[in-house]
Design a protein around this ligand. Structure first.
Ligand SMILES: C[S@@+](CC[C@H](N)C(=O)[O-])C[C@H]1O[C@@H](n2cnc3c(N)ncnc32)[C@H](O)[C@@H]1O
Length: 113
């Protein structure tokens, strides 16, 4: 990483400048902006807007949960399931054969809500 730039995925131009990246990673972020699936999808589209054509997106999302805790801090979660994630990626233009979704169940002690 050479530089860190603040972004707002709620905006159509999340970085405030035109930029396209061949690799985008996002971990427990887009799904943790709001409990609203509509807002989640808008933010997914805005994230996708900075992807270069044929680029790679590596994303983790919390499944089937309305919130996410880190210590005392509580983040919202859009309560997504595998199909919603898959169909969102399809609707953004990802080719079926390029989408790989893996589900990793949490250990019992990792459940927070
Ligand atoms: C649950 S935390 C995940 C942080 C980190 N990726 C991790 O895995 O520990 C959710 C993150 O989403 C960020 N976030 C909230 N609203 C955002 C927005 N509109 N645009 C971009 N990021 C946002 C928050 O700043 C927070 O860091």
């Amino acid at each position: 990483m050479s530089k860190s730039i603040r972004c707002d995925l709620g905006r159509t131009n999340p970085l405030g400048m035109r930029a396209y990246y061949p690799l985008i990673t996002s971990f427990l972020c887009v799904d943790s902006i709001s409990t609203s699936k509509k807002i989640w999808h808008t933010c997914m589209r805005n994230l996708f807007d900075v992807a270069a054509p044929e680029g790679t997106l590596i994303l983790t999302s919390l499944g089937d949960s309305g919130s996410y805790h880190v210590g005392a801090k509580c983040f919202p979660s859009a309560n997504l399931d595998r199909d919603e994630l898959y169909h969102s990626l399809l609707s953004l233009g990802f080719k079926k054969e390029s989408i790989f979704v893996s589900i990793a169940p949490l250990e019992e002690e990792e459940h927070t809500s």
